[in-house]
Design a protein around this ligand. Structure first.
Ligand code: P1T
Length: 378
């Protein structure tokens, strides 16, 4: 099946008994056993799995062109499950321009267990590969990055890394509609399903997808042993949102394209970050590894923090809030919000400036979005 069909049908066959075309929300926390270990349908206790979660995991695996999917209670729970498979002394390589919560997880939680992170400022595959040491076990990439939309060549990193180092790609910004990292050689794909995957700002969730049975088993162990699993209702909402991913992403892309070009020619805007610009430094790589560009646009407003605050006060259709990837347009201030946990000197070094504004362009009418930005900027 092609992606647009998998989004709607993979793991979602009509119910055998009732013919219901939607997967039931399976609320049972436990399942009757026929004697010790006599599991009727493979389910035992719902932390280990239940029909709603299994169905969502099947869909997630299919749309990422992977064999196995695991759903978690949040994007950070999904990231944490991967890191928890490491041992003390192991090292992760990550680029410094990364979601602030992932940065916090890497720097505030895991160093206590002697799992270290080596930060690379560059987005060049060569520089990332050069950072590998004998302790390196994971390379952790976001591409496009949050919030500066830098691009990293996934296939190049995958082809040149040693087999003992696993490549993890956080595919939250692109979504499987625009990018499928397993096809490019990644070992693990992670998502904050809170974002484009569910698409309606009504759940917090995460997922990990892989082609490796061994890695999948280790992730299933994390679901069972650490317990950060999503509720059946959240699985239902995520799967319901996923059905419209293709049509949403097309509109996110076209709205973002118009907005990025509008901002670029505006007198009060210093610089615009958008992967769809042909002169974006990563555009050629992006064209190669992505099938399009999501609705994420960041820009530097002239007039510093004060101008940014005025902009946030004045927007009416855009909502000033954390998060991204949903039907409604959002705007946020990465310096103190999504990336507030990153030390100032690092933010200054990597370009998360105090006049940086991030837009998650929604699927509203483009004229209303443009009018809103025009009045707010003026
Ligand atoms: O919020 P949660 O579902 O736990 O996902 C964490 C996460 C992981 N990876 C990326 C690339 C992300 O952007 C996020 C969450 N990001 C935001 C909340 C934000 O506004 O950027």
């Amino acid at each position: 099946m092609h992606l647009n069909t998998k989004l709607i049908h993979a793991g979602q066959e009509p119910d055998i008994q009732t013919g219901a075309v939607n997967v039931a929300i399976s609320v049972s926390s436990t399942f009757k056993q026929d004697g010790v270990g006599g599991f009727r349908s493979g389910f035992e206790y719902a932390r280990g799995g239940n029909p709603s979660r299994n169905s969502l995991e099947t869909t997630l695996a299919a749309v990422e062109n992977g064999k196995y999917g695991r759903a978690f209670a949040s994007g950070l729970a999904a990231s944490s499950a991967i890191i928890a498979t490491l041992n003390p002394g192991d090292e992760i390589i990550a680029t410094a321009d990364i979601y602030g919560g992932t940065y916090r997880l890497f720097t505030k939680v895991y160093p206590k267990y002697n799992i270290k992170v080596k930060w690379v400022d560059s987005h060049s595959a060569v520089d990332i590969l050069a950072a590998i040491t004998p302790d390196t076990k994971l390379i952790w990439l976001e591409t496009p990055t949050n919030p500066l939309l830098n691009i990293i060549d996934i296939a190049k990193v995958a082809a040149k890394k040693p087999a003992s180092v696993l490549l993890v790609v956080d595919n939250t910004f692109a979504s499987p509609f625009f990018q499928t990292p397993l096809d490019l050689g990644a070992d693990l794909v992670i998502h904050s399903t809170t974002k484009y995957i569910s698409g309606h700002s009504d759940i917090i969730g995460g997922a990990v997808i892989t082609n490796s049975a061994e890695l999948d088993e280790a992730l299933h162990f994390q679901q069972y042993a650490n317990g950060a699993v999503p509720s059946p209702f959240d699985c239902y909402l995520t799967q319901r949102g996923l059905k419209t991913l293709a049509v949403r992403m097309e509109r996110h892309q076209s709205n973002a394209y118009d907005i990025a070009h509008f901002l670029r020619s505006h007198a009060h805007v210093e610089k615009v970050f958008f992967v769809g610009f042909t002169d974006h430094p990563g555009h050629a790589i992006a064209k190669n590894q992505m099938r399009g560009f999501p609705g994420m646009v960041s820009f530097l407003i002239k007039g510093g923090r004060k101008a940014a605050d005025q902009f946030f006060d004045r927007v009416k259709v855009f909502t000033f809030a954390e998060s991204l990837g949903a039907v409604e347009s959002l705007t946020c201030y990465p310096y103190l919000m999504t990336h507030g946990g990153i030390p100032e000197e690092i933010k200054d070094r990597i370009g998360i400036a105090d006049n940086l504004i991030r837009l998650s362009v929604g699927i509203e009418d483009i004229n209303d979005l443009l009018d809103d930005l025009k009045q707010a900027l003026e």
